[in-house]
Design a protein around this ligand. Structure first.
Ligand SMILES: [Zn+2]
Length: 241
């Protein structure tokens, strides 16, 4: 005859089952994160090891890929794309282009004609209103640029666009400033790069919160490159692939 199962054993089995479920859920979120993040980091490190050895891995400011409606906004290596995950549950809302020069040296240009705004408190960011989305005419969109300052928040944005600039018309290719490494925390700066994203309008003449990926668009068709993590988790994105 089997001995009766003890209450302790029952709780132990319940605990193990619960632990297994927690592990499965954590794994579900962590796996895509570690896979894309891992590939991107390896490739980015290969680039930084010797950028001069691989000029073919970089894009150029003002370059247009094929018939893309927008110009590439800066020089460098596209290290992270739209939808990349930097931590569990996070999705990158734009692309990160890493130049090879020191902070304040790699030029950033306007990807499109539009109307530039820099809010009074913006040290490293600006946004350009494009009244009619070239891929969805009639819809208004916004092009967001950030990290254009040093670790202490000294701006690398062109003096043409001081804080408080509002609705200043600029043409595609206009010089906007230089790549920097401002993160908001001087003790923990980002790598030197430009973060560029395409942001949806809020329907009231302003832009939605750029920090949420649902408020942004996949920049791939606008720049003529595969820049979407879910369809292209690892390739180096350059014109003419
Ligand atoms: Zn970014």
């Amino acid at each position: 005859m089997r001995p009766p199962r003890s209450a302790v054993g029952k709780w132990l089995r319940l605990g193990l089952a619960a632990g297994l479920i927690i592990l499965l859920v954590a794994g579900y979120f962590a796996l895509p994160f570690s896979r894309t993040r891992g590939i991107r980091l390896v490739r980015l490190r290969q680039w930084f090891d010797d950028p001069a050895a691989h000029p073919e891995w970089s894009v150029q400011a003002g370059e247009r890929c094929g018939a893309a409606p927008f110009l590439l906004p800066t020089d460098g290596y596209i290290g992270f794309t739209w939808g990349d995950s930097f931590r569990p549950g996070h999705s990158h809302q734009g692309i990160d282009i890493f130049g090879v020069q020191a902070p304040g040296q790699t030029p950033v240009v306007a990807a499109s004609d539009g109307y530039l705004t820099r809010l009074p408190e913006w040290k490293s960011s600006l946004i350009i209103r494009v009244p009619s989305d070239p891929l969805s005419p009639g819809r208004q969109i916004w092009l967001y640029y950030t990290h254009l300052a040093d670790t202490a928040g000294n701006s690398y944005i062109s003096p043409q666009f001081p804080p408080g600039t509002s609705e200043q018309f600029i043409e595609a290719g206009t010089f906007l400033g230089y790549q920097g490494n401002y993160s908001g925390d001087p003790n923990n700066p980002t790598g030197i790069h430009l973060h560029f994203s395409i942001v949806l309008d809020d329907g009231q003449g302003s832009f939605r919160n750029e920090l949420k990926i649902a408020n942004t668009l996949d920049p791939s068709p606008y720049l003529g490159l595969p820049l979407n993590a879910s369809t292209d988790p690892g390739a180096r994105a350059v014109c003419g692939q």
